[in-house]
Design a protein around this ligand. Structure first.
Ligand SMILES: [Zn+2]
Ligand SMILES: [Zn+2]
Length: 256
């Protein structure tokens, strides 16, 4: 069983998710940089081009990217709708770029020649080893991937994200506890908001990497942040369990 292809598709997933996370918090430059890297490294990935088209604002450039998707997958609804929307604003496309189709030998070992590629990772696939999914033909590895991908975080990544997370968590817990005393169940809403902000800023300092390790780190930071307040004499705030739980739930959801 080939593991390298499975690993590639995880890394592609990670890049796309990092790019989309950057776009979500309004960091367009970083989103575009991450997604440009995804299409450079995976030039046959429909998913990477679609994600890039989603963050590029320049319409002629967006059109060029969507045309590339359409070359790879003439049946792509997302590309068709996007191109229609652009044509409504810019007029018809100047010319259709001729599709260059490479015939390659399928990597599954059958020795078949094929022009098909997995719509996620771009690996050559033949009818025999491909899986039909709602988003196009995929290789077996990509069709199976659904789980939290593994991110390769360095010790420095954890240190950076953890420092930011702990500082913000102390501030968040103070706000949550003080406001909770006045507003009762609004603490939960404050906790959700704080958890989201903590998660976004933690991942921002490490180029929007996410995943299980970051989810655990965010949870630890939020608990420690609330705990630190108990140690501060004179500050009359308690450990607000509702705030802590709400913040962890929101942060974990954000760092998927
Ligand atoms: Zn694939
Ligand atoms: Zn094959």
């Amino acid at each position: 069983m080939s593991t390298s292809v499975g690993k590639d598709s995880l890394e592609l997933d990670n890049l796309i998710r990092q790019g989309e996370a950057a776009a979500r918090v309004g960091d367009r430059a970083e989103a575009e940089a991450l997604l440009r890297r995804a299409v450079d490294e995976y030039p046959y990935s429909e998913d990477a081009y679609l994600a890039l088209a989603g963050v590029v604002e320049d319409l002629p450039e967006k059109r060029r990217i969507l045309q590339r998707v359409q070359q790879m997958n003439p049946a792509s609804e997302e590309a068709r709708l996007g191109l229609e929307r652009i044509a409504a604003k810019l007029g018809p496309a100047p010319e259709d770029v001729a599709a260059e189709v490479d015939t390659v030998t399928c990597v599954c070992g059958s020795g078949r020649q094929t022009v098909l590629r997995c719509s996620k990772c771009g690996k050559p696939i033949c009818p025999e080893c491909s899986v039909r999914t709602p988003v196009g033909l995929r290789c077996k590895e990509c069709a199976a991937v659904r789980k939290n991908p593994f991110y390769n975080l360095s010790a420095l990544d954890y240190l950076k994200a953890g420092s930011v997370g702990l500082l913000l968590s102390i501030v968040g817990a103070a706000v949550g506890s003080l406001a909770g005393g006045f507003f009762g169940f609004f603490t939960i809403i404050i906790g959700m908001a704080a958890g989201g902000i903590i998660a976004d800023l933690m991942s921002r300092v490490i180029r929007y990497k996410r995943g299980l390790g970051m989810q655990i780190l965010a949870g630890v930071c939020i608990i420690l942040g609330a705990g630190v307040l108990l140690l501060l004499p004179g500050l009359r705030v308690g450990f607000n369990l509702f705030y802590v739980i709400a913040a962890i739930v929101a942060a974990v959801a954000r760092l998927r």
